[in-house]
Design a protein around this ligand. Structure first.
Ligand code: HEC
Length: 128
């Protein structure tokens, strides 16, 4: 009886644990692969990434560095679209200025990074 209870509690806790590990791992990926050009709360070489899921591609009015190709692309960023773009930036938006820099070969790196972006965590931001 006691074991069954412990099992039930573990089932309740485990999904939460898995996703917080995911966002931590995603934070490391962001640090290693995106931070040179991006922040969550401000534009840098690349546009700010806060609230990226649900935002139309190439649509920030205060970011002036978009390529014509990204500006004229017609989709809204979803988990799936971000996953596709990070796996193959130029395959998703031919002519993008973010050609190889943000390319992530590893699917779990992409998944964890997307989970991190959804948290809105700005603690790594370098905004001057
Ligand atoms: C070398 C600099 C650089 C790096 C590194 C980089 N990016 Fe970018 N990113 C850019 C630039 C420049 C643009 C604008 C591209 C364009 O307009 O074609 C951009 C655009 C984007 C966009 C589209 C935003 C919008 O407003 O539609 C997303 C999403 C994005 N980057 C995510 C990432 C992620 C996630 C990483 C890390 C895995 C990353 N980038 C790494 C420079 C970079």
């Amino acid at each position: 009886m006691r074991f069954r209870l412990i099992g039930a509690i573990a089932c309740l806790i485990a999904p939460g644990l898995a996703s917080s590990q995911g966002t931590e791992a995603g934070k490391d990926v962001f640090h290693a692969k995106c931070l040179a050009c991006h922040a969550i709360s401000c534009n840098r070489v690349g546009p700010k990434l806060g609230g990226i899921i649900g935002r139309k591609v190439g649509s920030l009015p205060d970011f002036e560095g978009y390529s014509a190709e990204m500006k004229s692309a017609e989709f809204v960023w979803s988990d799936e679209k971000l996953d596709e773009f990070l796996a193959d930036p130029t395959g998703t938006i031919p002519g993008t200025l973010m050609a190889f820099a943000g390319k992530l070969e590893n699917p779990s790196d992409r998944r964890n990074l997307i989970e991190f972006l959804k948290t809105g965590d700005t603690s790594l931001d370098l905004c001057f």
